[in-house]
Design a protein around this ligand. Structure first.
Ligand code: G6P
Ligand code: MN
Length: 448
């Protein structure tokens, strides 16, 4: 089985390859093709993978190319994990928004809209190449903003593209752990859009254990989301929100912390990655060691400014172990390839799952996966407060897609202006101007 990874020079690729190395069963991936537009990054990651594979007899063969069509031919699965504009682009997304006094973040608010505006045209073109060259392949989308990007690709590929994120599974695992439940045995009622969802129940043997957690202040203080949001707010909601909702519920504090941090997350990671490549270039360095060190630092500093704004301490040791994306991606790939039923929280077309959205809207919900793909399960309706956020943000995503399709600047301004975390139409206009000055990838917005 051949797996193609787009964004193959990306920093998290060794996590995926590491997971593949642990799979010795029949029908496993035997060939990995890495594609990237940056030959230097590609070569660096190839060296890390070579060291990972040393001594593993059945290690998947790795090849790499900068030619997209070559990478796609013959693929059974395509992981799409690109970052249009790179980390420099991310840093600009964050910086321009913060300069306007609104949230500057990778996927949420103005930053996420700018990221979406330059990414959608690129992923639509990729989807078209997949449809042409590997029409039977399944595309697993990691590219952020993942919900929006998956929906844009689904307009070309239908249900053959499935979006994934590690945050719902991480949340489910943390809640299960504090409740003393086995995360693999628990039924997790988690619904919303990507980076905008709520865990509303965690059932073990048919019994919902969440009320027990919400009633226990000490337990609530013992895990990341409990500390970030505080016991009182979680009890008011009657649910545990995805950590990304911290940007909504504590927007003022998050914006202040991000502005005061001096360096944005993107800028921090840009420097960190430069250090990683320098280190790798030094004679005698083990590429894998350099990568491990860099990864550990990345995990430890994740959402540090939010934790500071909330006045909570360091991340739990248990959360530092990565185990997100690659596990979800592998579980999904296996369930499809081997027709082994699995239940996973995925980004798929809504159909009739959430009645407040249309059938083609991509949502993040529990799905049963088999050889025919991912099928969303029936869930309880969203409460009004969640309907408000989900429908507002979906309307924003639709404007981003409209702008990407038509090149319309007014659609792009509308996307910024309609976002709940952008508080003025004037600011929305200035945001678009600011982003257009930073990003060559937005030059296509030429019509009114
Ligand atoms: C989580 C999210 C991803 C996001 C990442 C950012 O894993 O699910 O969608 O890209 O965090 O982490 P970083 O270390 O790049 O700030
Ligand atoms: Mn994510």
């Amino acid at each position: 089985m051949k797996l193609t990874i787009l964004g193959g020079g990306g920093f998290r690729v060794p996590l995926v390859y590491g997971a593949l190395l642990g799979d010795h069963r029949e029908g496993r991936v035997t060939h990995v093709t890495l594609h990237d537009v940056d030959a230097g990054r590609l070569a660096a990651i190839v060296r890390v993978l070579a060291e990972q594979a040393a001594g593993v007899a059945d290690a998947p063969v790795v090849s790499s190319t900068t030619d997209l069509d070559e990478a796609l031919r013959g693929a059974d699965f395509v992981f799409s994990a690109i970052r249009v504009g790179g980390l420099a682009g991310r840093a600009a997304d964050e910086r321009v928004a913060l300069a306007e006094g609104v949230l500057g973040q990778e996927t949420v608010g103005a930053g996420g809209i700018a990221y979406g505006l330059r990414t959608v045209p690129v992923v639509v073109r990729i989807a078209e190449r997949v449809a042409e060259l590997a029409p039977d392949a399944w595309v697993i989308n990691f590219t952020n903003p993942a919900g929006l990007v998956t929906e844009a690709m689904s307009r070309v590929l239908g249900d053959r593209v499935i979006g994934i994120c590690d945050s719902p599974v991480g949340l489910g695992r943390r809640v299960a752990r504090v409740l003393g439940a086995d995360p693999d045995e628990a039924w997790i009622d988690y619904v919303g859009l990507n980076h905008l969802g709520w865990l509303r129940a965690l059932k073990v043997g048919g019994r919902d254990e969440l009320p027990r957690l919400l009633a226990d202040t000490e337990l609530l203080g013992s895990f990341e989301e409990g500390r970030l949001f505080g016991a009182e707010w979680l009890r008011s909601l009657g649910a545990v929100p995805n950590e990304y909702l911290h940007y909504y519920y504590f927007n003022r504090e998050a914006v202040r912390a991000y502005r005061e941090a001096g360096k944005t997350r993107g800028a921090y990671l840009l420097d960190q990655q430069a250090g990683f490549y320098d280190e790798m270039a030094r004679p005698g360095t083990s590429p894998l060691d350099a990568w491990h060190r860099t990864l550990a630092d990345r995990e430890a500093t994740y959402m540090a400014a939010n934790r500071e704004a909330a006045g909570v301490g360091e991340r739990d040791e248990d959360d530092l172990e990565s185990g997100g994306y690659e596990k979800v991606a592998l579980a999904l790939m296996r369930a499809i390839a081997r027709d082994e039923r699995a239940t996973l929280i995925l980004n798929v077309r809504n159909r009739t799952t959430l009645s407040v959205l249309d059938a083609d809207a991509v949502v993040e919900v529990p799905c049963v996966v088999d050889a025919n793909g991912a099928h969303p399960v029936t869930v309880r309706p969203l409460p009004h407060h969640a309907v408000g956020l989900v429908t507002a943000v979906k309307a924003v995503e639709r404007e981003v897609m409209a702008a990407a399709e038509s090149g319309s600047r007014s659609a792009a301004v509308k996307a910024f202006a309609l976002h709940p975390l952008v508080d003025s139409v004037t600011v929305a206009g200035r945001l678009l101007d600011g982003y257009r000055a930073e990003h060559p990838g937005l030059a296509y917005l030429t019509s009114r």
